[in-house]
Design a protein around this ligand. Structure first.
Ligand SMILES: [Zn+2]
Length: 107
């Protein structure tokens, strides 16, 4: 007898591949929308993890939640322009005198 019983049957592990979306932009394979960040991507998914009932929000729902589509075509969770505008300038640092052209001294 020479039975080679080397059946390495790997069974039981679900063939679910979760692509690690870290850092940069990502695209949803379910709805096909592009997202500028993982947080934006995560924000458009709703439902429970187990049982897996994760669904995508519609565009209207995303807009309702404060998300918006940037000019590049990526969904973002918030606009940054508001943050930059809140930076108040400390007055007094620049001693700029209104240099008016002093020409023509009138008698
Ligand atoms: Zn989606």
């Amino acid at each position: 007898m020479g039975g080679t019983t080397g059946h390495g049957n790997i069974d039981g592990s679900p063939a679910i591949i979760h692509p690690r979306l870290t850092g940069a932009r990502c695209r949803c394979g379910a709805c096909g929308e592009n997202f500028n960040s993982v947080s934006a991507f995560d924000a458009h998914r709703t439902g429970s993890y187990w049982p897996i009932q994760r669904v995508c929000l519609t565009r209207i729902q995303m807009c309702t939640r404060g998300m918006s589509l940037n000019p590049a075509g990526f969904w973002i969770t918030e606009t940054r322009s508001e943050r930059a505008a809140s930076r108040g300038r400390a007055a007094g640092s620049g001693d700029r005198a209104p240099g008016g052209p002093r020409v023509g001294v009138r008698p």
